[in-house]
Ligand binder design. Structure first.
Ligand code: HXC
Length: 257
């Protein structure tokens, strides 16, 4: 991997992916995105990993797609490159994915953050979809995921003016789960990851899939989907263990089976 660092056991059962193009503010070139896709695929298949944290550095999570790489492209170049199949594969990651964001999360960087299931931000984090300022618009979910997360008025304002919002505002509008001082955002993300890693990975996977389904479908179909996954948890040893531990007044030990 040239543009990311992967630590499969950064904490017990918690992996870390760190974007590593600091001079370019982690601008997302095509190779970097492919590396994230490949790393997530490997971590999805690694039974020792239950939760993944993805981060940048203190100055930037990612300042967007690589403008220098895109600048001269034609629409047909973009069509043939089909960069969004990489994004679609990232979206299919099945384990909980937590973004630890500090500094700039702009354009594709904001969109990458929004592919995470939860976000921990440092007080210095800034989120924005500034593509309009360079004559284009969001292309990796910015108009869709942002609108679902923060509602139409705020999404329109961000997409049409390109203005950034602060970490605190991002939390207020529902984009971010937690905001902490800059020295603590990664540790806080690990804390959140560890609390999820202690749960049944089977239940976590099915629950994540069910929550995501609510964005894809209507209520009746979503409830049906949820019910099937709920029933499915009863096929797991983890459900037996979790309920037995409750009855026996001890801590459960989930094995992911
Ligand atoms: C390529 C980038 C970049 C980007 C920053 N850099 N963002 N290179 N693509 N998106 C590079 C700069 O060219 C510069 O390198 C170095 O990183 C530091 O950036 P500066 O601009 O000198 O830093 P600063 O003055 O602090 O300004 C920070 C900034 C600004 C506000 C984040 O860099 C900025 O506006 N960046 C672009 C943000 C943006 O428009 N993002 C959306 C991209 S379009 P050099 O070598 O020149 O000094 C997009 C579409 C997504 O994301 C579509 C789907 C994938």
């Amino acid at each position: 991997m040239e543009f990311i660092l992967v630590t499969p056991q950064a904490r017990p059962a918690v992996a870390l992916i760190q974007l590593n193009r600091p001079k370019e503010l982690n601008a997302l070139n095509l190779q970097l995105m492919q590396e994230i896709r490949d790393a997530l695929k490997a971590l999805d298949e690694d039974d020792a990993v239950r939760v993944v944290v993805i981060t940048g550095n203190e100055r930037a999570f990612a300042a967007g797609a690589d403008i220098k790489q895109m600048a001269g492209k034609t629409a047909i170049d973009m069509l043939i490159t089909d960069q969004f199949s990489t994004w679609d594969q990232i979206r299919k990651f099945r384990k909980p994915l937590i973004g630890a964001v500090s500094g700039f999360a702009l354009g594709g960087g904001c969109e990458l953050a929004m592919t995470c299931d939860m976000l921990v931000a440092s007080e210095t984090a800034q989120f924005g979809q500034p593509e309009i300022r360079i004559g284009t618009m969001p292309g990796a979910g910015g108009t869709q995921r942002l609108t679902r997360a923060v509602g139409k008025a705020k999404a329109m304002e961000m997409v049409l003016t390109g203005e950034f919002i602060s970490a605190q505002e991002a939390r207020r509008v529902g984009l971010v789960n937690r905001v902490v001082p800059v020295g603590q955002y990664l540790e806080e993300a690990y804390r959140l990851a560890a609390s999820i890693a202690a749960m049944s990975p089977v239940a976590a996977r099915l629950a994540k899939e069910s929550v995501n389904r609510s964005f894809e479908t209507h209520l009746d179909e979503g409830l049906h989907f949820e019910r099937k996954n709920f029933y499915l948890t009863f096929a797991s040893e983890d459900q037996k263990e979790g309920m037995a531990a409750f009855v026996e007044k001890r801590k459960p030990e989930f094995k992911g089976r």
